[in-house]
Design a protein around this ligand. Sequence first.
Ligand code: ADE
Length: 243
Amino acid sequence: MKIDVLTLFPEMFSCLNHSIIGRAIDSGLISINSVNIRDFSENKHNRVDDYPYGGGAGMVLQPQPVYRAIQSVKEKQSRIIYLSPKGKLLNQDLAKELSKEKHLVLLCGHYEGIDNRIIENYITDEISIGDYVLTGGELASMVLIDCVARLITGVLGKDESYIDESHYDGLLEYPQYTRPRSFDSFHVPEILLSGNHQKIEYWRKFQALKTTYLNRPDLLDNKNLDDEEREMLKQIKSEQVGK
Ligand code: ADE
């Protein structure tokens, strides 16, 4: 996958050259190219922002440099994504969909935002990474790159599968433990030492449902539970009564 990032701060993206994403870049599975929007300014002082029409606080990114930056990287099939708190929420399903694309263009806003004519006419997707406001789209772009890139075949090693992790099957992940068996007088759940894979699987599903129920009950609204899971949920709810 090829990713072009349009930003006023291209140097911020060097932090992606590490760990799993760094290896994916080195092995050619993904390429990340940051483009400085300021290089496309037509202003003799390289300005890219101006006051908002109608008044109000802050500055707005002008359409011309953003348009020219988009045109410099755009291909026939590009997904052109503007990162913004007004966008559609990024979740695992959207990340999976994007991981199948050949070319992403990520546009990072700053100041009070960008001229709306760009959003209306040249953007294919407006995406938010959560219900909070960042100072710019760069960190949001990096979050998107990280969670999309790791879903591309070959990026995670075969021991780093995402099959069991949180949000894969609409549930949060079950708890994990490693050596030592006892730590500061806290013990690893006996069931995980039993060698009984059926019981371990049942326990893990129960724990995944419990964590989801306690931390993100909204996720259960969209999930079709089977008979076993419905029974588990009843038990989890009754355990919570009086707590
Ligand atoms: N830019 C500022 N806040 C953002 C958010 N929550 N998601 C994506 N881009 C942003």
